[in-house]
Design a protein around this ligand. Structure first.
Ligand code: GLN
Length: 542
């Protein structure tokens, strides 16, 4: 039977609960256990799909087409276990289930209430879609004490009671602030946070304490005493220079051993941490450094491009170089010459994006990359803008544009009204809802033999994750091919261009999908590995 580990957070937000959960997952895996990781988000949105990346960070897409919280990206990057729709549950989704049941009369006349109807639905979602996993790690979003998270805490309290201590565990992540004037770590916020948890009936079994410096034995004793937790279950979570060191640090502090001891399962054998040691070796002592410019739009919150930044790091790991990222707001190129900001970089990447703002700046950056033979990687919107750029400046289509910007000009990028998903024909109209109406999730793509894309992947058919509304218009294929832009990847029915490449260029690739979502530090995505390799070659030229 699956054991459930519930991870809550206290004191302040942004303590890295997602990373803590992912790292614990990785450690249990390294001990040979099968894990699944899940996130409960207390907000009312049905999913984060319609939330601004500037507020909420990136939307992480799963193979089965769910738009989810970015923490699921950490889970996959640390464990390699593909996330599913069932792995992200929001209050909005819970209430839509409860309310539609109520409308169908399925509560048989009962007064529908938070307890038991909402909490039962939460419990069902926590336990849904599990097979033979040894552990389910379930992270509760938000900070203990938030009004919004109460039904979730009540649900996990009940589950703890029903499952008993053999099958459930509560882990609480807190912060030990350092006060420089007295040179000490303060334990009071942790004590208060645990009290807050106790007030909803949850006694944490293990505390993960984030701190900028080591804790003394007396501080550890004090935390254990006041929080009613065994001393060896007060685990220090020290700040580290790279997130990929977190599993190793937690192991050093005894996290996985304590979890095994708690559940009474064998722990004598050391976990196999070879992959993590290798990753760290490449990150800390790389052989060189290259610079990639990311020309995008949501620059104020780095989490907007979380998976992308990680995938570029993975490309660096594969090539033994440090990848320095320069984040440039595309609108800058609408005012200033691209040359000034891009002449020193070894590669240019235009990531996914939405809307007209900044689009012309991106097109200028792409033109620079194409003309100066700097490696170019366009992802989703970055592919669409590359098609507009080459259409305008090489194929003589001076009004080339996307229907995302209006219905004028030569629409080389257009709204997709109909396409085949795995199970059905999907249809959309210009006035469809914005939420949940994009082409989202994994779709297959056939690669053209002899193309750069084919040689990078080394296979004929791939599957990658999508999240977009517009598509490159296949009817421009011949005219663009004539100027060197090859459609090297197509949907199996041959209608949707999935990959483009500019053949006369050393490395110029655009992809309609998001390869960054599938890259892992122990298995870097081939496109990122190849892009960084091309950037290294470019750096030798300048
Ligand atoms: N805005 C574009 C579309 O909807 C690209 C989306 C993206 O980059 N994810 O097609």
């Amino acid at each position: 039977m699956t054991r459930f580990i519930f991870i809550t957070g206290g004191v302040v937000s942004s303590l890295g609960k997602g990373l803590a959960t992912a790292s614990l997952g990785a450690l249990l895996q390294a001990r040979g256990y099968r894990v699944r990781l899940r996130k409960l988000d207390p907000y009312l949105n049905v999913d984060p799909g319609t939330m601004s990346p500037l507020q909420h960070g990136e939307v992480y897409v799963t193979d089965d087409g769910a738009e989810t919280d970015l923490d699921l990206g950490h889970y996959e990057r640390f464990t390699g276990v593909p996330s599913r729709r069932s792995d992200n549950v929001t209050t909005g989704r819970i209430y839509s289930v409860v309310l539609s049941k109520e409308r169908r009369g399925e509560y048989l006349g009962a007064t529908v209430q938070v307890i038991p109807h909402v909490t039962d639905t939460i419990k069902d979602s926590i336990a849904a879609d599990l097979a033979d996993e040894d552990f389910l790690l379930c992270e509760i979003g938000g900070t203990v004490g938030d009004i919004e998270s109460l039904p979730f805490l009540e649900a996990i309290r009940q589950m703890g009671n029903e499952l008993g201590r053999t099958y459930s565990m509560f882990v609480h992540l807190t912060l030990l602030p350092y006060i420089s004037s007295t040179d000490e770590l303060k334990t009071k916020p942790t004590q208060h946070s645990v009290k807050e948890l106790l007030s909803v009936g949850i006694q944490p079994n293990l505390l993960l304490c984030r701190s900028s410096r080591p804790i003394s034995p007396s501080e550890r004793r004090k935390i254990a005493l006041f929080c009613n937790v065994q001393e060896e279950n007060v685990i220090l979570a020290l700040d580290v220079e790279t997130i990929y060191r977190v599993p190793l640090c937690y192991h050093k502090e005894g996290l996985d051993i304590q979890v095994c001891k708690y559940f009474g399962i064998p722990h004598a054998r050391e976990p196999n941490l070879t992959i993590w040691n290798n990753i760290i070796k490449h990150i800390i002592h790389p052989k060189g450094e290259i610079t990639i410019a990311v020309v995008g739009k949501y620059m104020k919150l780095r989490d907007s491009y979380k998976s992308l930044a990680e995938a570029l790091t993975h490309g660096g790991i594969a090539n033994d170089v440090r990848v320095r990222l320069e984040w440039i707001d595309a609108e800058l190129f609408e005012l200033e010459d691209a040359n000034r900001h891009l002449s020193h970089v070894n590669g240019i990447l235009v990531p996914g994006g939405f809307g007209k703002r900044g689009a012309e700046g991106k097109i200028r950056a792409i033109r620079f990359a194409r003309e100066q033979r700097v490696p170019y990687f366009g992802i989703c919107f970055g592919m669409q803008m590359a098609v507009i750029e080459t259409s305008r400046h090489l194929a003589g289509l001076s009004t080339a544009s996307s229907s995302e910007f209006g219905s004028t000009g030569e629409l080389v990028i257009g709204l997709m009204r109909e396409w085949h998903s795995n199970t059905k024909v999907e249809r959309r109209a210009a006035d469809s809802d914005l939420g949940g109406t994009m082409r989202v999730g994994a779709y297959p793509c056939l690669l053209q033999p002899g193309s750069l894309a084919h040689s990078i992947y080394g296979t004929d058919c791939i599957s990658e994750r999508h999240r977009h509304r517009y598509e490159v218009n296949i009817s421009y294929r011949e005219s663009l091919h004539a100027v060197g832009l090859l459609f090297s990847g197509l949907s199996p029915d041959g209608i949707l261009p999935e990959i483009i490449e500019f053949s006369p260029h050393p490395w110029f690739i655009g992809v309609q999908f998001h390869p960054e979502l599938k890259s892992k530090p122990f298995s870097p995505h081939p496109l990122f590995t190849s892009f960084i390799r091309a950037a290294i070659a470019q750096s030798r030229l300048v």
